[in-house]
Ligand binder design. Structure first.
Ligand SMILES: Cc1cc2nc3c(=O)[nH]c(=O)nc-3n(C[C@H](O)[C@H](O)[C@H](O)COP(=O)(O)OP(=O)(O)OC[C@H]3O[C@@H](n4cnc5c(N)ncnc54)[C@H](O)[C@@H]3O)c2cc1C
Length: 256
């Protein structure tokens, strides 16, 4: 018989109800520098990054930044990497893309001492590859920071392949020495990406994060190629031609 005991259920429910759906924070910019197509921001937030919380932030954890632009706030997702729970600091790599949006514009103008409001949403999921897994990460320059963080956290015994949709020669934070990296130009199209991904032999774990319309067909192709459905995690990270996040009036924040 399957089921959950009343005690376990009630303990889980009380844990769930204690967790706020959205936690608000303010990040302070400590340092900025241009890193290839990104601005790398070192940010400080001891309320979020401290030894007590070190188990709460999974690899690929991200914040919803409330980016000020044009008198309003624009919600945009950005990944926390290089977290140091002793100093309360982490890095965010914010990509400059064309056409630019509020997120990339704000990153270019950010200076040490600036502050930005951010939200941590409950329920973020990331399943770590098990020891000895033959893991595959597929992404682009927006998800390359998350892939770098995931590789840093993966068991050392994993064999890791990365397929990155990017202009050949583009810099990204993905650590070349810790994985086998294949770069596919966006100009080569979706079929070329699918072919590059499905011809990597013997994978038993996959994590995909791409433009929203590309993630689902790639997942389907991997499942058709033999990966178990529950071994494939995927997420759209941005939407071609339209902003991914909502624009909110300052007064609407409390209700979000
Ligand atoms: C969970 C999660 C984590 C993320 N982590 C990161 C991260 O660490 N670093 C990072 O740079 N991005 C990350 N992103 C992606 C980022 O949130 C989007 O790229 C976002 O749209 C950028 O906001 P913007 O204001 O600069 O542009 P927007 O106002 O959203 O978009 C303006 C225009 O640019 C286009 N555009 C948006 N993003 C891209 C892109 N990546 N490439 C090409 N064109 C684009 C849009 O289609 C639109 O036409 C993450 C997204 C998610 C969901």
């Amino acid at each position: 018989m399957t089921g959950t005991s009343a005690a376990a259920r009630s303990s889980r429910e009380s844990t769930t109800t204690r967790m706020p759906r959205v936690q608000d924070f303010t990040l302070q910019v400590c340092a900025t520098h241009e890193a290839g197509p990104y601005t790398r921001l070192r940010v400080r937030c001891p309320e979020l990054l401290n030894p007590r919380k070190s188990d709460e932030l999974l690899p690929t954890a991200w914040l919803r930044l409330l980016v000020p632009d044009g008198g309003r706030q624009h919600q945009r997702g950005y990944t926390l990497v290089e977290c140091d729970h002793r100093t309360g600091e982490a890095s965010i790599y914010m990509l400059h893309h064309d056409p630019a949006g509020p997120g990339s514009r704000w990153a270019r103008s950010a200076r040490p001492g600036d502050r930005i409001d951010a939200q941590l949403l409950a329920g973020q999921l990331y399943l770590q590859p098990p020891p000895d897994a033959r893991a595959l990460y597929v992404g682009d320059l927006a998800s390359a920071p998350a892939i770098a963080g995931a590789i840093a956290a993966a068991p050392a015994s994993c064999d890791i392949a990365v397929v990155l949709q990017a202009e050949p020669g583009s810099w990204s934070p993905v650590p070349h020495t810790a994985c086998t990296l294949t770069v596919v130009s966006p100009d080569a199209g979706e079929d070329a990406l699918i072919e590059a991904v499905t011809t990597i032999p013997g994978r038993d774990y996959a994590w995909l994060a791409l433009e929203a319309s590309a993630a689902q067909p790639l997942r389907a192709a991997l499942i058709a190629a033999g990966l178990p459905r529950d071994a494939v995690q995927y997420q759209g990270y941005w939407r071609r031609g339209t902003p991914m996040g909502r624009t909110v009036e300052t007064s609407a924040r409390a209700a979000a």
